[in-house]
Write a new protein. Structure first.
Length: 192
């Protein structure tokens, strides 16, 4: 049964060379692979029944291209939807970071010369505030760690709780409300 309240549909961008190999891709503008473009095209079928009053995308070309291939090329670019700034860890895999910094966790420790969890959480809070001001359903295209942070903040949890959520490339998740608009929930998660 459809919810009588607005829903926020989150779409993680399609595969890139770096996402396929586990490299942290924050501000580097890495294009979609052929597989990522195919998956983005298939999103059109999966999103075709949605009615969206607002469509937003991260400024990254991977998110914008995913939106375009999914049939939503007119999405408004929102700088706050950008992926985390990984600073010194940009382009590195978690296992490479752990050699240098054992026990490191993005959601707890942030990144040197990049963003802290507090900074990413503050951006997510601005997006949540903007989402709650929209009347109608919203479609968002962004990246994994930021969408996980956004979801934690949507639920009223500390941003570091985004660590408990995982998102695959070209996945669809839906945020919404349960009994009333004072009860934010996750309605669906990581559908591929």
């Amino acid at each position: 049964m459809a919810s009588p309240y607005p829903e926020i549909t989150l779409v993680r961008h399609g595969e890139t060379e770096w996402s396929a190999t586990g490299k942290h891709t924050g501000r580097s503008d890495i294009p979609l692979t052929a597989k990522g473009e195919d998956a983005a095209r298939k999103l059109a079928e999966r999103l075709r029944d949605g009615t969206f009053s607002t469509i937003w995308t991260s400024p990254s070309s991977r998110a914008r291209r995913t939106a375009e291939l999914a049939g939503f090329g007119a999405a408004e670019i929102k700088p706050d939807l950008a992926e985390w700034d990984y600073g010194a860890y940009e382009g590195l895999k978690t296992k490479e970071i752990l050699v240098e910094r054992p026990g490191w966790s993005l959601f707890r420790d942030g990144c040197p010369d990049g963003e802290s969890v507090m900074q990413a959480g503050a951006r997510a809070d601005r997006v949540v505030t903007a989402l709650r001001e929209v009347s109608g359903n919203v479609l968002l295209f962004s990246s994994s760690h930021f969408l996980r942070t956004l979801t934690a903040r949507w639920l009223g949890l500390p941003a570091l709780q985004g660590a408990l959520l995982v998102l695959d490339t070209a996945s669809i998740s839906i945020l919404g409300y349960e009994h009333d608009m004072g009860e934010p929930v996750v309605r669906r998660w990581n559908q591929t």
